[in-house]
Write a protein that binds this ligand. Structure first.
Ligand SMILES: [Zn+2]
Ligand SMILES: [Zn+2]
Length: 395
């Protein structure tokens, strides 16, 4: 089977490239993935899968019931693009102004369709069920949470789930895995220092929220350094400060906005607690009022170590141990975390960098592109993982 697997997947390449380019040229933003979803559902129906649309507005789920009874494994792709003007000169560049697939979700969709094509051709040999989850809105919309709440992990009940992200920091042909924590919780905060405005020449009649905000900014940066165990991971970044109108006016209030990243619930709660405490303490020391609004985002993405090991073993069989690396977690975020809160699984990275082809730009860059060899490569990795998990012994 080994050779025929490689040959069969290699034979799909043109089909995969065409799908990827079609999606790439027609990017759709979160919860608006109507045409992408139509392409997905039509393709799955053609392959003879059971298809249900309308999940989380635009999500699509495909199901293949194998010839024999067994476990149910799910794989997932995200479908949304970004509000960004594409600056590449490639012939398949975005045709939609101000929208671009700059995070590789077009490749994720394509790879999963390739996996569907592979298994639909050998349905009788499949022991168990394979579920394909195409979700909207990974880029901040939390489409995964909506899909989970709508029951995507039920009927049939999913026993394990796998997902991947193309990764421009890893060379094409290589896979990166996190054994446990892979990506961070992505929370936000808005702190408001509420003083009393007045003339800049008479500060004693005012309560200056700009000076207070300065102290908040300084103290916030001591949280990671002094309150978090040095062996844990955390980030607090202030990305925006709003306040003031003119050089000689003390404003009424100043707003400080930031993002908070953590890998464990304990650190997450500690950061929340300390942000509030700093805001309250500084406000009190200046005799002014404050607000601290902490907004929970995606939870940390935590893989099941057994499933991560399974991914490593399955991928190694195809590309050799030397091309599979265990990575440190990243402080970025991923809503795949919501699936992993419910069922064991693993989220891994597919290298898509190729310096020789000039494919070197990071995610969310207007110049982002990927080596399209990642399409058949991704199909092969998923096929191997599913084969390993369902114990199909096809390979
Ligand atoms: Zn992204
Ligand atoms: Zn992404």
């Amino acid at each position: 089977m080994e050779n025929s697997l490689k040959a069969q997947i290699a034979g799909m390449k043109d089909w995969l490239v065409e799908i990827r380019r079609t999606i790439h040229m027609n990017p759709e933003l979160m919860f608006e993935e109507v045409e992408t979803a139509r392409l997905v559902s039509t393709s799955l129906e053609k392959l003879g899968l059971e298809v249900k649309t309308g999940w989380a507005k635009t999500g699509v789920v495909g199901l293949l019931r194998g010839g024999q009874k067994g476990k149910t494994v799910a794989i997932r792709a995200d479908m949304d693009a970004l509000p960004l003007e594409e600056a590449t000169q490639v012939p398949y560049a975005s045709k939609i102004k101000g929208k671009m697939h700059a995070c590789g979700h077009d490749a994720h969709v394509t790879i999963l369709l390739g996996v569907a094509k592979f298994f639909s051709s050998i349905r009788e040999q499949v022991k168990g069920n394979i579920k394909w989850i195409f979700q909207p809105a990974e880029e901040g919309g939390g489409g995964a949470l909506v899909m989970v709440e709508e029951g995507v992990l039920e009927n049939p009940k999913v026993d394990a789930i796998f997902g991947a992200h193309v990764y421009p920091e890893i060379q094409i042909g290589k896979v990166g895995i996190n054994e446990r924590e892979g990506l961070a919780a992505t929370d936000r905060f808005i702190i408001k220092m509420i003083g009393k405005g007045g003339h800049g020449a008479y500060p004693h009649y005012s309560k200056d929220p700009i000076l207070a905000a300065g102290h908040v900014i300084t103290q916030i940066h001591s949280i990671v350094a002094r309150d978090i165990n040095p062996l844990d991971n955390a980030v607090v970044t202030i990305g925006k400060v709003n306040g003031g109108t003119a050089f000689n006016i003390i404003p009424d209030e100043v707003e400080i906005l930031g993002t908070v990243r953590s890998l464990t619930p304990e650190v997450r709660e500690k950061l929340k607690f300390r942000l509030e405490q700093v805001a309250r303490g500084v406000a009190s020391s200046f005799g002014m009022d404050y607000r601290c609004d902490f907004q929970y985002g995606y939870p940390a993405l935590v893989n099941d170590p057994h499933m991560s090991r399974l991914v490593a073993d399955a991928c190694s069989k195809g590309i050799g141990k030397g091309n599979v690396a265990f990575l440190k977690p990243s402080m970025g975020g991923e809503d795949f975390a919501y699936y992993l809160e419910k069922v064991p699984g693993s989220f891994f990275r597919l290298g898509c960098r190729n310096e020789a082809k000039g494919i070197i730009h990071p995610f969310h860059s207007s110049l982002f592109d990927l080596d399209e060899d990642v399409l058949p490569f991704g199909v092969e990795m998923f096929v191997r993982i599913i084969d390993e998990y369902l114990e199909l012994k096809l390979i």
